[in-house]
Ligand binder design. Sequence first.
Ligand code: GAP
Length: 447
Amino acid sequence: MTETAATAPRVTMDEITALAKRRGFIFQSSELYGGIGGFYDYGPLGAVLKRNVKDAWWRETVQLRDDVVAFDSSIIMHPLVWKASGHVDQFHDKMIDCKICKHRFRADHLPNLDQCPDCGSKKSFTDPRSFNLMMQTHIGPMEDTASIAYLRPETAQGIFVNFKNIYQTARKKPPFGIAQIGKSFRNEITPGNFTFRQREFEQGELEYFVPDDGKDMAIFAEWVDARKKWYSDYGIKADRLRFYELPADERPHYAKAGIDVEYLFPWGWGELESIAHRGTYDLDAHMKLSGKDLRFFDEAAKQHYTPILIESSAGMDRTTLTMLIDAYEKEKSVDPNGKEMERVVLRFHPKIAPQQIAVFSLARNKPELVERARAIEADLRRKFRTQYDEGNIGQLYRRQDEIGTPFCVTFDYDSLDDQSVTVRERDSMRQERIAVDRLQSYFSEKL
Ligand code: GAP
């Protein structure tokens, strides 16, 4: 385990949930009807934030690499896919109920089974019962056992069953990877911690296939490094992140190595991603049940072999939540009139920030100012994520700090004479005058 002195974020989950709702990042799903546990909706800013997280993952994992190809499989697949993968028989959690307060728990989440942590009753639990986490539906009009199908609990299996289609059409040979981002569903017994544990969520999964030539552990280590660099490049604080090496007794029997990427959330360490050396387990399982050959034919050696699999599986919602929490700061500052105030600021990395530049006109009722400010915003919009706003400058800054916009541009009365605007930087709150015709190049450099 590599770990530096960890400092938990100085924010509570109540503060994050309230800010997420107030500013339009994340809402509880179906709030109008009292909500539905384990499901969330992303508001105007949250939808862009999550898209930026996915784009950043896609860029580094697929776009910038010539050894990884893109994929997008269906959510519902043949039920035998989940038989072969082991999900039908083994994807279970044990649940337990308190007979007094009726609260339900995952048995493995309880420190001991003597006393209910919610109501304090002793020896009040039912016997643990196994519960399969896959969500079921039916295909076609008949709701019988023959029509049962599952919403996928991970995107990976879509890649495994298409392995041959993909390597043949993409003309790739191991070592090479296949990546996809998509929705997965798990009927979690106790969803919670906001979007950390949901019943519908998105994963970014990379399945990297390597020949059995002794380099598999080195390639595993390269992917761990690549993922470390990703979190660091997009601004996650290193002292709140750890790469936990799973000992043999915490790994599945077929896995030669496993690392959980964990973040120090306000409630403690939580998993963001799992990186695993899965051997030939997945392809073998599908070959066995389907009776089809998924091995790769090595032209040079004139022989078939089953490639070894290295997997990196990251939660896109958990990473988005981490970006929000990690960026959050509450600090003392001074408002434009010199008054002391407390400001909340989200210090997003500029590539992750939902908005990059806000353009203001200082007065609402001065058409010349409004027109010029809007023209600047329209011009910057072609290249950056921007927004136009107007009104009280203190309030405007406060709002943009709270949604994490790296730069604000203000067109004021002086701008009419000197053709310059005030550019204010989010983190330092430093302000400088920049000529309007230099704004494009100024922001290209900064962002
Ligand atoms: N194919 C491997 C796999 O699915 P996993 O550890 O079960 O591995 C990978 O899941 C990632 O998916 C987790 O690290 C987490 O980020 C995300 N994830 C899993 N269950 C989740 C849930 N209920 N809500 C949100 N994200 C979840």
